[in-house]
Design a protein around this ligand. Sequence first.
Ligand SMILES: Cc1cc2nc3c(=O)[nH]c(=O)nc-3n(C[C@H](O)[C@H](O)[C@H](O)COP(=O)(O)O)c2cc1C
Length: 260
Amino acid sequence: MKMNELKLVYFSPTGTTRKVIMEAAANIDLKSVSYDLTVHKEKKPSLKFKSNDLVLFGIPVYAGRVPAVFLEYFEALSGQGTPAALIATYGCREYEDALLELKNEVESRGFKVIGAAAFPTEHSIVRSIGLGRPNKQDLKEIADFGKQLSRRVHTEASFEPFNISVPGNTPYRKAGAASLTPKVDVTMCTECGACARSCPAGAIDTKDPKKTNKKKCISCQKCLRSCKQKARYVSSTKMKLLTGKLNKVCQSDKKADIFL
Ligand SMILES: Cc1cc2nc3c(=O)[nH]c(=O)nc-3n(C[C@H](O)[C@H](O)[C@H](O)COP(=O)(O)O)c2cc1C
């Protein structure tokens, strides 16, 4: 099939998924266009793709699922039998139903999944887990995934026969309530608003950035990373508890799972 463009549709509050998807994309022989859905916008972009586009979707795994905020953009998503590949990054615990959920969601909107992968990475909350991943070896595997997708779209006449199977169960795991909403040290906050502008869930008041709507917050930690004053933090008791829990269930040397 004569391919048109590579479209990158991703969500990446702390930048790891972006790094992974960009490495895969750099190895796909097509001109690429990015749709970074992390940037909170009042107006959602139209995501209508042609039958000869390749769409690469990228998400971080949240509680074994696709982040709900990412799926809100899917109202404007449609394909025409468009080939798609999926990337899930996860913090060395498990990705449970995330790839299956993403596959079902994109296929119900007119896409044909021709490849999928789950890449273990640094945990965005407890960064000592999987510290520094993707590392050199990970990047090689991610690049290889990109090369294989590139070969596939440039050599196959039709994507219809592909039947990619990914792990996961239905009904999906119950998505957990966010409980790591960063706090604000009011003595350090300069009200610059960087946190509010960067919040992908629109949970921080733009007029008064010291106020966070806990119900909207998805615990992604983007505000904490984007605060130059380091005024945003998660309570040390909560962090200690979570670190202890995650250290028991995460393995920093997990391997990638590739489905082609
Ligand atoms: C709210 C939240 C939930 C998470 N849930 C999981 C999980 O279920 N399993 C896992 O292994 N990692 C989990 N992680 C870690 C992220 O999936 C991982 O660090 C990811 O690469 C972050 O991507 P990003 O840098 O693009 O935001 C979670 C992180 C956050 C913030």
